[in-house]
Design a protein around this ligand. Structure first.
Ligand SMILES: [Zn+2]
Length: 329
């Protein structure tokens, strides 16, 4: 499509989707740092994504903001813009663009399986589907997350003298893990690293019930055994974690499918919990959109491009700057 290029630049309206550098006009799919950057003149996004950007980068992180709710249509000259839920994190959107009878959908990051901390994914029929491919290899087939949480809670019960510290990215993953733990019936206080507090409070304010959360900072060592602590993955390897007596180090990530990776990073209890589509979701979604053209970005492009072509679709990789591996996973 010559009106949308490989940098996700929408030529007729001079706007970019998730640009890597400051631009005049940006449409932002969601709040993760590799998609939402500060410094744009004008930002169009869901109300939740705008709130998250302001919280992370400051209220003046863009010249101006324009909210667009899910399903609401913005007619911008010759282009019609609509945002649909991507099911990835709170407020995450797929961008639907219609121009001269052709429809393109840019997914940002997405997953189609259930997650009660994000608005559920909606399938949007289109001609051009721009998909991420973070887990775009057949080896990535994510298990049911409730099974992973059951393993965690069995370990907590079996080792009451130790604490379980879960490495989980502060935006999206931490809240999802906490919610899954609550839905499994665990109602004891969960302790938070300071980096998790603001975003957990934001999610709770948006109606995502996270139960009794307490600051880990204020506690002495004696209060941790038998409890669960949530911290950014980086904190598991720094001084911060020394306050925890004999912790069982857990990590919640789609990358935990690769056991060797878990072992190398000192993870005792890997939890395969991902906020991205796995191989089967990627291929099923591509088929279901009815798209004749697929652009693949953000991860394992080659395998998915090859699969698309084997299905008779036109497919190309987009090698976008700053989109190597998803830090949120
Ligand atoms: Zn993301």
């Amino acid at each position: 499509m010559n009106w949308l290029n490989h940098e996700l630049y929408i030529e007729p309206i001079d706007a970019y989707i998730d640009p890597a550098r400051p631009v005049r006009r940006a449409i932002i799919t969601h709040g993760h740092a590799d998609h939402a950057r500060p410094g744009h003149e004008h930002v169009l996004a869901t109300p939740q994504t705008i709130a998250i950007m302001k919280q992370r980068y400051g209220a003046n992180c863009a010249g101006s903001f324009q909210e667009l709710d899910f399903g609401e249509t913005l007619v911008d000259g010759p282009v019609t813009i609509t945002l649909f839920p991507a099911g990835h994190i709170l407020g995450s959107a797929q961008v639907r663009l219609a121009y001269q009878g052709r429809v393109a959908v840019v997914t940002g990051d997405y997953k189609t399986h259930a997650d009660s901390t994000a608005q559920p994914f909606e399938l949007v029929p289109c001609d051009l589907f721009v998909t991420e491919a973070t887990f775009g290899l057949p080896v990535f087939q994510h298990p049911d997350p409730t099974r992973e949480i059951a393993r965690l809670l069995a370990s907590v019960e079996a080792q009451p003298d130790r604490c379980h510290v879960i490495g989980a990215y502060a935006l999206g993953k931490a809240q999802r893990v906490i919610k899954l733990i609550r839905e499994a019936g665990y109602d004891a206080p969960i302790f938070l690293h300071g980096a998790q507090e603001k975003l957990c409070a934001y999610y709770a304010g948006q109606g995502v019930e996270l139960g009794n959360l307490q600051k880990a900072l204020d506690r002495d060592r004696g209060s941790f055994p038998g409890h669960i602590v949530i911290a950014p993955p980086s904190a598991l390897r720094d001084r911060w974690s020394r306050r925890l007596p004999d912790p069982v180090v857990c990590q919640a990530s789609g990358w935990m499918t690769i056991r060797q990776r878990a072992k190398q990073s000192g993870v005792e209890l890997p939890l395969v919990i991902s906020d991205h589509a796995d191989w089967n979701e990627l291929t099923a979604t591509i088929t279901a959109t009815g798209a004749d053209t697929v652009w693949v970005t953000h991860g394992r492009e080659d395998a998915l491009v090859h699969w698309c072509r084997s299905q008779g679709l036109k497919a190309e990789p987009l090698y976008m700057q700053g989109r190597e591996e998803d830090a949120g996973e």
